[in-house]
Write a protein that binds this ligand. Structure first.
Ligand code: SAH
Length: 260
């Protein structure tokens, strides 16, 4: 009988959990750009644009893990396992997520699986949608005369209801940023006013922040849902609520400006 030695398993690769920023490719960090350019495999989400993927090696493998019309997202446990499998096959993996990987992005769950499997990983922060949208809409998130606190919440609807801590969100002197809140905006607006927010509290909805297609709609919180629907705003869009939004009239600089 000939003696077979099993093929040695490759040295496991490393997984880099990388924030792709809010949209514009040149808002990536230098580290993100370097890692994207070196990766064997890039596992990316819906909000990562083609300009960013174009920084990858020509022979890199691309795996799409986001939603497609009519299809569901690759279930999170499958993504977690995929990252482990790729690393065990010796691949240098970049897991690329819109914005920052630790802000409403399930990055923690993905690296928990890697940590459990003994796979080496790194996390690279990105500019999150809140800071990207604020900068490009001319809305400072904090301001000595307006807001001393900043709250980030998700407006993602679970089982048809958007359950947030409404009394906490209507406290004075703060700015509230709502991710994934476009679908639930009518309900969010109603709940905030019922909890005591002034109906004319300045609020903004920013679509496609930092991209040439950026559109910002502003209005009192009570009227914002109708204005957003009338304007045909689509996802991704971020809500910013608080008196800092009134500063936009004087500070806006991006929309309608010459291309960069
Ligand atoms: N990890 C991401 C957030 C993912 S949740 C981050 O840190 O930015 C997805 C939500 O982010 C969207 O529903 C939207 O509310 C917001 N978002 C992401 N990119 C955006 C953009 N370019 N413009 C407006 N909102 C954006």
């Amino acid at each position: 009988m000939p003696h077979h030695t099993p093929a040695p398993s490759p040295t496991p690769g490393k997984v880099h959990l990388v924030g792709a920023g809010p949209g514009a490719a040149d808002l990536l960090t230098l580290r993100a750009a370097r890692l994207i350019g070196a990766a064997d495999v890039i596992v990316y989400d819906k909000l990562v644009g083609p300009d960013i993927l174009a920084l990858a090696r020509k022979d890199a493998e691309f795996i799409y893990a986001g939603k497609q019309a009519g299809n569901h997202t690759l279930p999170q446990p499958d993504i977690n396992r995929l990252l482990v499998t790729l690393a065990l096959a010796g691949k240098n993996v970049v897991r690329l997520k819109g914005g920052d990987p630790f802000v409403f992005a399930r990055g923690g769950e993905e690296i928990a699986e890697l940590a459990g499997a003994g796979i080496a990983f790194e996390v690279v922060p990105g500019i999150t949608a809140a800071t990207g949208a604020a900068a490009f809409a001319g809305i400072p998130l904090t301001h000595r005369e307006h807001a001393q606190a900043l709250v980030f919440v998700t407006g993602h609807v679970k089982d048809g209801t958007c359950s947030l801590d409404w009394p906490a969100l209507v406290r004075p002197g703060q700015t509230v940023v709502i991710y994934m809140g476009l679908g639930a905006l009518p309900s969010i607006s109603r709940h905030l006013v019922e909890a005591g927010m002034a109906p004319d509290m300045p609020a903004a909805c920013v679509q496609d922040a930092t991209l040439p297609s950026q559109v910002t709609i502003t209005g009192g919180i009570a009227e914002l849902p109708d204005k957003v629907i009338a304007a045909g705003i689509t996802s991704p869009a971020l809500l910013i609520i608080g008196s800092v939004v009134s500063l936009r009239d004087a500070l806006q600089w991006f929309e309608g400006a010459a291309p960069h």
